[in-house]
Design a protein around this ligand. Structure first.
Ligand SMILES: Nc1ncnc2c1ncn2[C@@H]1O[C@H](COP(=O)(O)OP(=O)(O)OP(=O)(O)O)[C@@H](O)[C@H]1O
Ligand code: SF4
Ligand SMILES: [Mg+2]
Length: 440
């Protein structure tokens, strides 16, 4: 083993042995994802009911022939209901893998949630014994259901066998005209959910906005087609008109001036900023409670970027939702986030409120990040740069991952990986400098 560590290559035999071991683990994890499970197997409870999401000790790995890449290696954080949590850290530190794990969208079979929990407070349809959502009907003053004519696909009244117009109880609708159903709150552990069950959350309750909208929109369908699809998928019983009305409303909501025209357009006919607005409207069409925005403005110029951020902030208030905002732009985080999580090489090295992280950063890496931010009033010609590199993700050391780049090492840094130290009710840092027992 010692001999292997000193070499920079693996022998064919070693690669084979790694692949064999990987396959065994992958097969077991894939089987778990594809199993048929009772809801009770993935129901869970939140530690704090004020949260909408709790990620605890999450490990997400890529099983490559070179070894296991521990892209997310024991990450724990919470998103309080109604809050924006920003995740920062340099390229490759595991931000996207964390968000893809929450959506169960890791590139399988090699990418897998290996262990940990992702508890999400879901607000889902209440279902009858047959598993069908229970509609809410409009009632008159006496509490009797109001009846309405049943229409066919073309909008003409349907007739019964005797030729009389058919009627059915009138279903209640929301402000966008979408049919309403009885709802209930349940906490699901996404890490334990079979992939087939994820359709209950993905797109509907947790929506994702990606960096490059052109790659997320389908070039061969109109915007309207793709937006309507979200309504059809998530709101049972929606007609073509219901879907179109909702799509136009969503386009309006994200500030698109000529929604009818954009509805009929193809993605390539729109500008980058417009496409990102469409993506946001698509995310909103499912009526989500959590929006994950992974570098939502990186592909846009600065003015459009500011508009999109304003839009996100405004929508969050409107839907009373929460946002997980991933970016390496500290300026965006400062402007948007209530809480900040700082990641380094697959782990969280510091987390706290935005004010704690910006005004009292404690981890040498967070301090370095702040220093490397360009400012208008800086009189230096060069930007501060954190020297050195992140360790090899396949062969992580058992001591602090930042040690080779850190200028403030103490004796304890040559020992174990530092534990998370709590420095305020909301501020945590993983660094031996703050571990009283080790430094005293
Ligand atoms: N498909 C894959 N196969 C193997 N390793 C992967 C794969 N996808 C990601 N990784 C590894 O996982 C780690 C985390 O990647 P991730 O995409 O989460 O980084 P990030 O923090 O989002 O970076 P960026 O800021 O560049 O988007 C990286 O070290 C990367 O090499
Ligand atoms: S634990 Fe030690 S090496 Fe790691 S960041 Fe803190 S001071 Fe630096
Ligand atoms: Mg990323």
């Amino acid at each position: 083993m010692a001999e292997k560590k000193n070499r920079h290559y693996l022998t064919g035999k070693e690669v084979k042995a790694i692949a064999k071991e990987n396959n065994k683990i992958i097969r077991a994890l894939e089987k778990k994802k594809k199993r048929k499970a009772q809801e009770s197997e993935f129901l869970s409870e939140l530690k704090d009911p004020a949260n909408i999401l709790e990620v605890e000790d999450l490990h997400s790995y890529f099983f490559t022939d070179q070894g296991v890449v521990k892209a997310v290696n024991g990450v724990s954080f919470e998103i309080p209901q109604g809050a924006t949590v920003g995740v920062v850290g340099e390229s490759g530190c595991g931000k996207s893998v964390t968000s893809m794990s929450i959506m169960q969208l890791l590139q399988g079979p090699y990418g897998q949630i290996f262990s940990g929990s992702i508890r999400f407070k879901s607000y889902d349809f209440k279902r009858d014994e047959k598993g069908e959502p229970i509609p809410i009907y409009e009632t008159d003053e006496a509490g009797e259901p109001i009846m309405e004519p049943v229409l066919d696909k073309k909008g003409n009244p349907k007739l019964d066998k005797g030729g009389a117009p058919m009627t059915a109880p009138k279903q209640k609708r929301d402000q966008y005209g979408t049919r309403l159903f009885e709802m209930e709150e349940k906490v699901f552990d996404i890490a334990q959910m079979p992939v087939k069950e994820m359709h209950r959350l993905r797109g509907r309750q947790i929506a994702m906005i990606f960096q490059e909208p052109m790659t997320s929109l389908n070039p061969v369908f109109t915007i309207g087609n793709q937006l309507d699809e979200v309504t059809f998928l998530h709101f049972p019983g929606s007609t073509k008109e219901d879907a179109k009305r909702r799509s136009i409303e969503m386009l309006n909501l994200v500030g698109i001036a000529m929604p009818e025209r954009v509805y009929k357009s193809y993605p390539h006919e729109l500008s980058g900023g417009m496409r990102q607005r469409v993506m946001i409207s698509m995310a909103l069409a499912g009526d989500p409670r959590l929006i994950i925005a992974d570098e939502p403005t990186t592909a846009l110029d600065v003015t459009i970027q500011a508009q999109i951020l304003d839009l996100l902030r405004d929508l969050k208030t409107r839907i009373n939702g929460s946002i997980l905002l991933i970016t390496h732009d500290l300026g965006i985080i400062a402007e948007m986030a209530d809480y900040v999580v700082v990641m380094y090489a697959g782990r969280i090295i510091e987390k706290g409120t935005a004010s704690e992280i910006f005004h009292h950063p404690m981890h040498p890496y967070t301090i370095g990040l702040q220093k490397s931010k360009p400012t208008m009033d800086s009189d230096s010609n060069t930007l501060f740069n954190i020297p050195g590199n992140v360790p090899n993700p396949i062969d992580m050391p058992d001591y602090c991952y930042f040690r080779e780049r850190c200028t403030g090492c103490v004796k304890a840094c040559f020992g174990d990986y530092p534990a998370m130290v709590q420095v305020s009710p909301t501020h945590f840092v993983a660094c031996h400098l703050y571990d009283k027992e080790k430094t005293e």
